[in-house]
Design a protein around this ligand. Structure first.
Ligand SMILES: Cc1cc2nc3c(=O)[nH]c(=O)nc-3n(C[C@H](O)[C@H](O)[C@H](O)COP(=O)(O)OP(=O)(O)OC[C@H]3O[C@@H](n4cnc5c(N)ncnc54)[C@H](O)[C@@H]3O)c2cc1C
Length: 464
């Protein structure tokens, strides 16, 4: 039997739910297909929310261990990972139940199955049911990347899914990778008591972020006892016995080996598209494996859209949601702005946290924009000094001619919160002079922004 809808969503995570909700709000009939055993999507079940719950526990523990500095005495607290997990499960259960309720509340026809394309307007489900729609969104997310390194596929590595569900602290672990997930969870593992060695191919951690941000994080990680080996060339992976894995690599011209019982593979994710039979719908992929889209998220088959991790280019939740909403409005023929990443906000939940918004200096140079930058360090700021949170800095980039704020960087305690005042400025196209009209309370961490803003205001005259 064939079922017909205005809009069909494949995958009910952040992107798919945002699109389905928006189409429904405008009166379209929506079918949503999700093949997961548990509804909720990556962010709620295995991504942002579980990781940030555990990372926050580890941060509290880290502060408690520094108690002496703040004037406490007594026994050194230790992590009880099972108790941390119990708290995380409770938190996540609530989020997942809420999302499940949203998917099942009758606004959409929900099908619990994998789907694959029959043609440009139809998909087939596992039970043979065929769904047809005028417009289809692919929002099937991503999966862990297992690069074709010699022997890697044959060893018993762990992924972020397993790390986020650990009940026991591994005595030691080797982390492969230096991206966001690798850095966040390496620091988590170290803070709960594991002896962590991180092996990274690039010469620095978080290579997409500014060099100064990588430097600040690397210094903090080394200070906490994480062993960093950067610029390594992986040679071979071998399962020695049931428990032990040998990693052979080259580092600074030397052949090295490390044996571990806990190998955490964190070398990125790839779009989840294999099961979709995209060739039946003429949907093309980019070399990265992402689905090729235009700025309205239309694929090479214009009535089919893609959003979220399977489309890229930035695999983060607010981008997935905005892409989903853009798809919905475009598919309904409503006026909608194309996707644009000039105001992109990115946060890494390490300690210090890293947060950047807007254009980077490299992007501005590439576009021939003349800009001025001013920065200020947290080790010279009242509130961060009294909080013992001295790692990191803030920097503001403004167009030299107009004073318009084009980008900002923040590395430090709660940078992911602090960046939002500058994110508003970038989004609203405010100038540094506009920012000085606002009050900045003393003593706060946020107040640190006034130093670079005032420096730039002195350099860039107020336009009439
Ligand atoms: C450890 C970790 C931490 C993260 N932390 C953050 C963070 O702090 N902040 C942030 O912004 N981002 C974070 N992310 C990234 C973020 O989770 C993702 O960008 C986001 O969840 C992607 O949403 P999505 O809608 O594209 O995909 P998903 O939420 O993965 O949804 C895809 C859905 O499609 C379904 N599906 C797949 N194939 C099919 C098929 N053939 N048929 C039917 N259904 C199918 C799946 O079951 C799934 O429910 C993190 C990721 C990880 C792994």
């Amino acid at each position: 039997m064939e079922h017909k809808f205005d809009f069909l969503v494949l995958g009910g995570g952040s992107a798919g739910y945002a699109a389905a909700r928006t189409v429904h709000e405008h009166g379209g009939t929506v079918a949503l297909v999700d093949g997961a055993e548990e509804l909720g999507g990556l962010c709620i079940l295995r991504g942002c929310m579980p990781s940030k719950t555990l990372i926050y526990s580890a941060e509290v523990l880290h502060l408690a261990k520094k108690g002496k500095v703040f004037g406490f005495e007594g026994e050194m607290p230790r992590a009880n990972l099972a108790a941390m997990q119990a708290r995380k499960k409770e938190v996540i259960r609530e989020f997942a139940e809420y999302r499940k309720g949203q998917l099942e509340d009758g606004r959409f026809s929900l099908f619990r199955s994998k789907a694959s394309f029959v043609n440009e307007n139809s998909v087939i489900l596992a039970d043979g049911k065929q769904l047809t729609a005028q417009k289809i969104l692919i929002s099937t997310g991503s999966e862990v990347r297992v690069p074709g390194l010699p022997g890697l596929a044959d060893v018993s590595y762990k992924t972020s899914d397993e790390v986020l569900n650990l009940d026991e602290i591994p005595v030691e672990c080797v982390v492969l990778g230096g991206g966001v997930v690798a850095c966040e969870l390496a620091q988590f593992l170290s803070r709960v008591g594991s002896k962590v060695t991180l092996l990274q191919r690039s010469p620095r951690l978080l290579k997409e972020f500014p060099q100064a941000a990588s430097d600040a994080l690397q210094a903090a990680m080394i200070e906490e006892g994480i062993q960093l080996e950067l610029g390594v060339d992986f040679k071979n992976f071998e399962q020695l016995d049931k428990e032990q894995i040998k990693v052979s690599y080259q580092h600074m011209g030397q052949e090295k080996q490390i044996v571990t019982t806990f190998l955490f593979l964190a070398l990125g994710r790839v779009p989840s598209t294999k099961s979709l039979d995209l060739e039946n719908a003429d949907v093309e992929l980019l070399a990265s494996g992402h689905i090729k889209t235009n700025h309205f998220q239309q694929t090479t088959s214009p009535q089919i859209y893609a959003a979220g991790d399977c489309a890229g280019p930035h695999e983060i939740v607010h981008v997935a949601i905005r892409q989903g909403e853009t798809v919905a409005l475009h598919a309904l023929g409503k006026k909608v702005k194309p996707m644009n990443y000039d105001c992109l906000l990115s946060v890494v939940f390490t300690d210090p946290q890293l947060a950047v918004v807007g254009l980077t200096p490299a992007q501005m140079k590439e576009r021939g924009i003349e800009f001025s930058t001013a920065s200020y360090s947290f080790d010279d700021h009242g509130k961060s000094i009294l909080m013992e949170a001295k790692h990191g800095y803030v920097a503001v980039h403004a167009e030299t001619k107009t004073g318009r704020v084009l980008g900002a960087e923040c590395v430090g305690k709660d940078a992911g919160e602090l960046i939002h005042s500058l994110s508003v400025a970038v989004g609203l196209e405010a100038t540094i002079h506009d920012l000085l009209k606002a009050d900045w309370y003393h003593p706060t961490l946020s107040e640190i922004w006034t130093y670079p803003i005032e420096d730039l205001a002195e350099e860039i005259p107020l336009l009439d």
